[in-house]
Write a protein that binds this ligand. Structure first.
Ligand code: ADP
Length: 389
C-alpha cells in the first residue's frame, strides 16, 4: 500500500510517500511559506504557494515524478488535537472534518491547517481514502486523577480545559518497539518514555496504555524544551499581565523565548552541549535545569506506572545526545538506574539497551518514526473500513 503522509502547519506542509509493507520511503519533501506571498524557492525546497491547495499541486507534481504510473492508495494526516472524542485513528468524512474543525480553539495554530490539508485533498483526489491520526489519541486512557486540573469545574465543562497530552503517535510507536526489544507483549509493557526533540514530553505507560504525560492542555506544560518554558508558577503570568504585558507578549515569551534558548542563548541541544563542554557556565546550568526537570518527572512517573520496568529515550536529543542522557542518568541512582558509559556513547540507528547489567531496570534508546507510524495506522484503518465510492 502506498500512503501519502501529510503534516500540515499553518504555513508549511511536510509530506512523505511510504510503501507500508516494505517500510520504505519513496519520496519526501517540505513546502514552506504557504500564503506568504513570495514566489521564490531555494535549496531544492519548493516555496511560496498561495494556499494549501496550491501547495498540494506542488506535492502532486513532485510525487508524480517519482511514482510514475503507480497510484497512491491513501492519505494519512497528522492531526494535532483530537480532543476528548478521538481515541484512535479514523477514516475522514465530512462529519469528522467538521469535528476536527470544532477543536480549532484548543489548537489554534495546528488544527485549522490540518483541516485545510484534508479539504484540499478531498477536492483534488475525492476517490482517495484519508485517515486522521491524532497526537492526543494515545493519551485518551489517562485516568481522571491525571487529566484533571484542580480548577473550577466550569473551566472544564465550558472550555474543555483539562490535560490532553501530545506526541502520542511517537510515544505509542516507541513503547511498542521497546516492548519488542525486551520481548514482552505490547499490553504488558510498563515503562517511562522520554520523547526529547524541540518539543519534549515524558509519558508513563502501564500495560501498554498511557497513564500520565507531561504535556497538558497545550504542548507547553512539562519539560524544559528548545524554546518553551515547560512548568512555571502560573502566577508569573498574572504578575506580567498586571505589569502591562499583552497576552501576545506572554504567549510569545513562554513558547518562543524560553527553555534552552532563555537559559543558554541557544535552542539547539548540540550547540548547548558544545558550549557547556567548552566552559560556558550558562550552558552548563541550562543542561542542569533541563536534566533535573526530566529526572524529577521520571521519578514521578515511576510512581504513576506503579514501578516502571524500563526507561526509554527517543527523538532528536533522546536518540543522539549521549551527554544529555548521561546527565539524566546520573540523577536516577535512587531508582537503581545505571547507564553503561560505553553503550551510552555508541552511535546506532537501531533500538538498543544502554544500561549496565546491574541496573535495576533497562534503559533503552529507541528511534521514533512518526511518519511510519502514521502510514501504518492509515493502512490499517483503510483495510478495516474503507469502501470505495
Ligand atoms: P522536532 O521536535 O522538531 O521533531 P527533533 O526530534 O528533530 O525535533 O530534535 C531536535 C533536537 O535534537 C535539537 O535540539 C537538536 O540539537 C537535537 N539533536 C539532533 N541531533 C543531535 C546530536 N547529534 N547531538 C545532540 N543533539 C542532537
Amino acid at each position: 500500500m502506498l500512503v501519502l503522509v501529510i503534516n500540515s502547519g499553518s504555513s508549511s506542509l511536510k509530506y512523505q510517500v511510504r510503501n507500508v509493507e516494505k517500510g520504505s520511503v519513496l519520496t519526501e519533501g517540505l513546502i514552506e511559506e504557504i500564503g506568504m506571498g513570495n514566489g521564490g524557492g531555494g535549496d531544492g525546497e519548493i516555496e511560496g504557494p498561495r494556499d494549501h491547495a496550491e501547495a498540494l499541486e506542488q506535492v502532486d507534481a513532485a510525487i508524480h515524478h517519482v511514482l510514475g504510473d503507480r497510484k497512491l492508495d491513501a492519505v494519512g494526516h497528522r492531526v494535532v488535537h483530537g480532543g476528548e472524542r478521538f481515541a484512535e485513528p479514523v477514516l475522514v468524512n465530512n462529519e469528522i472534518t467538521r469535528a476536527i474543525e470544532r477543536l480549532n480553539p484548543l489548537a489554534p495554530l495546528h488544527n485549522p491547517a490540518n483541516v485545510l490539508g484534508i479539504r484540499a485533498i478531498a477536492r483534488k483526489w475525492p476517490e482517495l481514502p484519508q485517515v486522521a491520526v491524532f497526537d492526543t489519541a494515545f493519551h485518551r486512557t489517562l485516568p481522571e486523577h491525571a487529566w484533571r486540573y484542580a480548577l473550577p469545574d466550569s473551566l472544564y465543562t465550558n472550555h474543555g480545559i483539562r490535560r490532553y497530552g501530545f506526541h502520542g503517535t511517537s510515544h505509542e510507536y516507541v513503547a511498542q518497539r521497546a516492548a519488542a526489544l525486551l520481548g514482552v507483549p505490547d499490553e504488558e509493557f510498563d515503562g517511562v518514555i522520554a520523547h526529547l526533540g524541540n518539543g519534549a514530553s515524558v509519558t508513563a505507560i502501564r500495560g501498554g496504555k498511557s497513564v500520565d504525560t507531561s504535556m497538558g492542555f497545550t504542548p507547553l506544560e512539562g519539560l524544559v524544551m528548545g524554546t518553551r518554558s515547560g512548568d512555571v508558577d502560573p502566577s508569573i503570568l498574572v504578575f506580567l499581565a498586571r505589569a502591562g504585558w499583552s497576552t501576545e507578549d506572554i504567549d510569545s515569551m513562554l513558547n518562543r523565548e524560553s527553555g534552552l534558548r532563555a537559559l543558554a542563548g541557544n535552542n539547539d541541544m548540540r550547540s548547548v552541549v558544545e558550549a557547556a563542554e567548552s566552559g560556558d557556565a550558562k550552558a552548563a546550568m541550562a543542561l542542569a535545569v533541563a536534566s533535573y526537570r526530566l529526572a524529577k518527572y521520571i521519578g514521578g512517573y515511576h510512581v504513576a506506572v506503579g514501578g516502571a520496568k524500563a526507561l526509554v529515550f527517543t527523538a532528536g536529543i533522546g536518540e543522539n545526545s549521549h551527554q544529555f542522557r548521561a546527565l539524566v542518568g546520573e540523577r536516577l541512582g535512587a531508582l537503581g538506574i545505571e547507564l553503561d558509559a560505553g553503550l551510552n556513547r555508541e552511535r546506532s540507528k537501531e533500538p538498543r539497551v544502554i544500561s549496565t547489567g546491574g541496573s535495576d531496570i533497562p534503559v533503552l534508546v529507541v528511534p521514533t518514526d512518526e511518519e511510519r507510524a502514521i502510514a501504518e495506522a492509515t493502512a490499517a484503518v483503510v483495510e478495516r473500513s474503507w469502501v470505495a465510492p
